[in-house]
Design a protein around this ligand. Structure first.
Ligand SMILES: [Zn+2]
Ligand SMILES: [Zn+2]
Length: 249
C-alpha cells in the first residue's frame, strides 16, 4: 500500500466500495459509444464523420467519443479532472479510451496509418501527411489552479499507445468562463477566438500544411470548443481534424 493509498484509500467512484476506483459491479455500467453522430448537425453519420453537406471551409472533420455518457462515466471523468492524486484513474480511463478506438475498425486503421510521422519534427516535410495528437489547452488561470490539463494527459497517453507524435500546438488567447451550464449560443460566443497557435512553439506555418490532427478533449457537449479549435488549426493549413473525446454529453 502506498502512502497515497493510505491517505486516500481507493474507493469505487460510483458505489464507494473500498478497493479500486471502479469496482467489478460498477464496471458493467460502462459501454462504448457506438452512436456515430455528426458533430455539426447531431444526426447519425458514417463513422462519426461530419456530413459533406455540414462541412464548411474550416469545419472539424469528425468526432469520436469513447464511452457512453451516463452517471458512472460522469463520476469517473469528474474524479479524473479534479482529483489529481487518483493517479490510477488515468490508467483506467486511457485504457478504456484506447480499447474503444481499437474496437472501431476504421478509426484504428486511420491511427495506424499515421504511424510513420513518429519522430518527425514539425518542421520536417515528413509530418505533412502524418497524424499528430494535440490536446485542447486550458487557460493559464485554470492550469495554475488545477495544476494539470486533463486533456493533455489523455492526448499524451494516446500518442504513446498509437505511436503518434504529441504536440501542444494550441494555446488559449483569452480567458473564458466555464462552458458548463451555458446555452448552445452562449457557449459559441464564449469560446469564439479563444485559441491561437502556441507562441512558445516556434512554428513555421507552412509546416502544419497538410498535417492531420487528432484533437483530444475529455468531454464534448455542443462541440463548440472542438469546432473553434479545429477552425484555428485549419486556418493554419491543417488538412484534417478529428476530435477524440472520452464521452459525449
Ligand atoms: Zn462500484
Ligand atoms: Zn451533419
Amino acid at each position: 500500500m502506498s502512502f497515497l493509498d493510505f491517505i486516500f484509500p481507493k474507493r469505487c467512484v460510483n458505489c464507494k466500495k473500498q478497493g479500486e476506483y471502479l469496482c467489478q459491479n460498477c464496471f458493467i455500467f460502462l459501454s462504448f459509444d457506438v452512436k456515430n453522430l455528426c458533430l455539426v448537425c447531431d444526426k447519425p453519420s458514417f463513422n462519426n464523420l461530419t456530413h459533406p453537406v455540414c462541412c464548411r471551409k474550416y469545419s472539424i472533420d469528425g468526432c469520436f467519443s469513447a464511452l457512453t455518457y451516463n452517471k458512472t462515466t460522469q463520476k469517473l471523468i469528474y474524479n479524473f479532472k479534479y482529483k489529481p492524486y487518483l493517479k490510477d484513474l488515468t490508467t483506467v480511463l486511457t485504457d478504456l479510451f484506447y480499447e474503444s478506438i481499437i474496437q472501431n475498425e476504421n478509426l484504428a486503421k486511420l491511427m495506424a496509418d499515421g504511424t510513420p510521422a513518429r519522430n518527425a519534427s514539425l518542421s520536417s516535410a515528413s509530418v505533412a501527411g502524418g497524424w499528430l495528437v494535440v490536446p485542447i489547452p486550458l487557460s493559464n488561470s485554470k492550469l495554475k489552479k488545477r495544476g494539470y490539463n486533463q486533456s493533455e494527459i489523455l492526448a499524451r497517453e494516446l500518442s504513446k499507445k498509437f505511436n503518434l507524435p504529441f504536440e501542444n500546438i494550441l494555446q488559449r488567447s483569452k480567458n473564458t468562463v466555464s462552458q458548463v451550464g451555458l446555452s448552445n449560443i452562449k457557449r459559441k460566443e464564449n469560446i469564439k477566438d479563444a485559441f491561437e497557435l502556441n507562441s512558445s512553439f516556434i512554428i513555421n506555418h507552412s509546416s502544419l500544411k497538410n498535417a492531420s490532427i487528432f484533437l483530444v478533449d475529455d468531454v464534448v457537449t455542443t462541440g463548440s470548443t472542438l469546432k473553434e479549435a479545429a477552425k484555428v488549426l485549419k486556418k493554419n493549413g491543417v488538412k484534417r481534424v478529428i476530435g477524440l473525446t472520452l464521452a459525449r454529453d
